[in-house]
Design a protein around this ligand. Structure first.
Ligand code: GAL
Length: 674
């Protein structure tokens, strides 16, 4: 591979749509971008109908000019393949490219992402347009990267229930299971008389009278995920052929697990993601109190969680491809970020290792579905709050050299197949694997710990504390990797449901936690899910805590110590040496204390940070972020501040160097430990 990165890292960028504005305005826009301190511009990802207004008739002139205009200001370009928006004429010519919803209705033209990942005709068209764009601009000196499509799966588009999809699913099943008897055995179709005689008898798992077979659903989810990966790979291959030396990325989404991102990332040079902290807070699972508390800042761990997730799977440093600059248009409610938050979010991304943070979008539009979505400028071109804060970070970036990112001492496992299995078989309405991962992550981060999010195949070699909040499916390879980690001294914390299913969604023959019995000798005999409001007291070593949402009935083996039980004597916290098994979901405060305790055992220095203050390290550099509306002091005096100081104002940022030698894991303050 050629020398990377061909962009000035780290730097800021912006998403720009020349097709939305008169050509006479582009040159001024380009000058203003450069003057603001932006270095990278993404464009083109929705422009198909303007590049090919009629079948086979290409109109390159305007795009050539837009590219030259931006390049003339020294801006580096990321070109998007425009496959998220097949034009009207294409849909009319080939209606079979439309995705089909679970009720069998084709999705319609008039917004975006209306295509079917499984349509052979669409794949051919996507290749055709990718080839055309990549051939034309692939060698352009200003082009430094390519974005494939846009946000695969956005607007609930991973699964399509079309005939093409079902045809390909049958073939996929044949590849996976070999013969139909093997499928019947793997799925357990003996139940309710669902035995199949051939792969051709199998449909998509929708429209059934009551829930479809869980193993059928899991394979369907795997298949749909593989279709996304295959669609993407077709574009990547063409781009690489026509545009050597440029990075290929995709912009992934927030709190989104509909396809296996680790697999997609294997085909990319880097992973970008789209960060909308306020929309995410508003539209996801947070309760009303939490939504009110972080209304204008977003949840303090939201962005960090995604940075750590996508950094972990990105070969080159990850990017934030779209950063919220002001109110969005798609939340249930759309507040404005508090003053300082655009700057804070940008620095948070850089602290986590982002190479590029790119704002969405340059200027708010006076028309279209996103008319109410803020940009760095108002529709008349006035620099808006987000634009001013972006300029501030651009200036600050010139003052602070960033150290290199090192492996974090804590690893948190996040596995897409396990998340799907919990979604398919929740067994309790509160069960939500991704949420459980986020809450464990949030507990760790509120202790001032740096976390790497790992997939089931990611190396765990550097981790001293490994947390598995929702790892329902555990293969032998992962169990062995965990065993090796324990043997070299790492602490492992297994949450309920760990190892509770095989890859075919069966119960492990020796009962859960299945292969994890190599780490801790116990058997889960039964599980209960608990409705909201039910809390069962547990005597924890440091005081009273509660089990909520989920509790298991566990039989410990002889070498397993029961560290905490509930009032009825049921074991809740069990341990065997370095390995802890939680047989119930602990309330947030107890979860935090337990993780702090295990972190301390692992030689890490967990801190009791004030609510809203967060820390992150890059080498010996420490970043402090204050999401709160009141001033907070960073614990500990041993930092030589480069930007700001120990007293971090509301919504402020501070950056400094740890004075302690060797200090990347060194606690900031020995007297303030959690
Ligand atoms: C993203 C998308 C952008 C834009 C943005 C608005 O999901 O990639 O095209 O729609 O949201 O917040």
């Amino acid at each position: 591979m050629t020398h990377f990165p061909p962009w000035p890292a780290p730097c800021l960028g912006v998403c720009y749509y020349p097709e939305h504005w008169p050509a006479a305005r582009w040159a001024q826009d380009a000058r203003d971008m450069a003057a603001l301190g932006l270095r990278v511009v993404r464009l083109g990802e929705f422009a198909w109908s303007r590049l090919e207004p009629s079948p086979g008739q290409w109109d390159w002139a305007w795009f050539d000019k837009a590219i030259e205009t931006l390049a003339a200001e020294g801006l580096r370009l990321v070109l998007g393949t425009p496959t998220a928006t097949p034009p009207k004429w294409l849909v009319d010519r080939l209606p079979q490219i439309l995705a089909v919803d679970a009720q069998g209705r084709p999705r319609r033209f008039g917004s975006r992402r209306h295509y079917d990942f499984s349509s052979p005709e669409y794949l051919q068209e996507a290749r055709r347009v990718t080839q055309a764009v990549a051939a034309r601009y692939g060698q352009h000196p200003a082009v430094v990267a390519w974005q494939t499509d846009n946000e695969y799966g956005c607007h609930d588009t991973v699964q399509s229930f079309s005939e093409s999809a079902v045809r390909r699913f049958r073939e996929w099943l044949r590849q996976r299971h070999g013969d139909i008897d093997a499928l019947n055995a793997a799925w357990g179709t003996a139940f309710w008389g669902q035995t199949y005689r051939s792969f051709d008898e199998i449909d998509a798992p929708v429209g059934t009278v009551t829930e479809a077979h869980p193993a059928h659903r899991l394979d369907w989810r795997r298949f749909a995920s593989d279709e996304v990966v295959r669609f993407n790979r077709a574009q990547v291959d063409l781009i690489r052929a026509h545009s050597p030396g440029r990075a290929v990325l995709h912009n992934t989404m927030l709190f989104f697990a509909e396809f296996d991102h680790y697999r997609l990332a294997q085909d990319l040079d880097l992973v970008g993601w789209d960060s909308y902290p306020l929309g995410a807070l508003e539209n996801f699972w947070f309760d009303a109190v939490t939504k009110a508390r972080w209304l204008q800042t977003g949840h303090p761990d939201f962005a960090a969680f995604h940075h750590d997730l996508y950094r972990g799977m990105s070969r080159l440093p990850f990017w934030v491809m779209e950063q919220q600059p002001g109110p969005v248009n798609w939340g249930h409610w759309n507040p404005a970020p508090a003053a300082g938050m655009v700057r804070l979010w940008t620095w948070e991304a850089l602290a986590h290792g982002a190479d590029v943070v790119s704002y969405f979008r340059w200027r708010q539009l006076p028309f279209g579905q996103e008319q109410c979505h803020a940009g760095l400028h108002t529709p008349d071109g006035t620099l808006d709050t987000g634009g001013r804060e972006a300029a501030e970070v651009a200036r600050e970036l010139g003052q602070v050299d960033l150290e290199s990112v090192q492996a974090a001492p804590v690893a948190l496992l996040l596995d897409y197949e396990s998340l799907w299995s919990i979604e398919i078989q929740p067994q309790g309405a509160s069960e939500h694997g991704l949420r459980r991962c986020f809450e464990a992550y949030s507990a760790l981060r509120s202790l001032g710990l740096d976390v790497d999010i790992a997939g089931p195949e990611t190396s765990l070699a550097a981790a001293r504390l490994i947390v598995l909040p929702a790892q329902a499916i555990v293969g032998e390879a992962l169990a062995s990797a965990l065993l090796r980690a324990v043997q070299r001294g790492a602490r492992v914390v297994l949450y309920p449901r760990a190892g509770s299913r095989t890859g075919d969604l069966q119960t492990p023959p020796a009962l859960p936690p299945g292969p994890l019995q190599q780490l801790i000798d116990l058997r889960v005999l039964g599980v209960e899910s608990l409705r909201p409001g039910v809390s069962r007291p547990v005597a924890l070593p440091w005081g009273m805590g509660y089990v909520e949402q989920w509790q298991e009935r566990v039989e410990p083996g002889r070498r397993v110590e029961v560290e905490a039980s509930d009032a009825q004597g049921r074991a809740v916290v069990l341990r065997s040496g370095h390995v802890t098994y939680l047989a119930g979901v602990l309330d947030a405060a107890s979860q935090r204390q337990l993780l702090a305790q295990r972190a301390r055992e692992a030689g890490l220095g967990p801190l009791a940070l004030p609510d809203g203050l967060r820390l992150r390290r890059r080498g010996s550099q420490v970043f402090a972020f204050n999401y709160d509306a009141q001033l907070h002091t960073v614990p500990g005096p041993e930092v030589r501040w480069q930007l700001g100081g120990a007293e971090v104002p509301p919504h402020g940022v501070a950056i400094g160097l740890l004075a302690e030698p060797g200090g990347k894991d060194a606690p900031l303050n020995a007297t303030n430990h959690a």
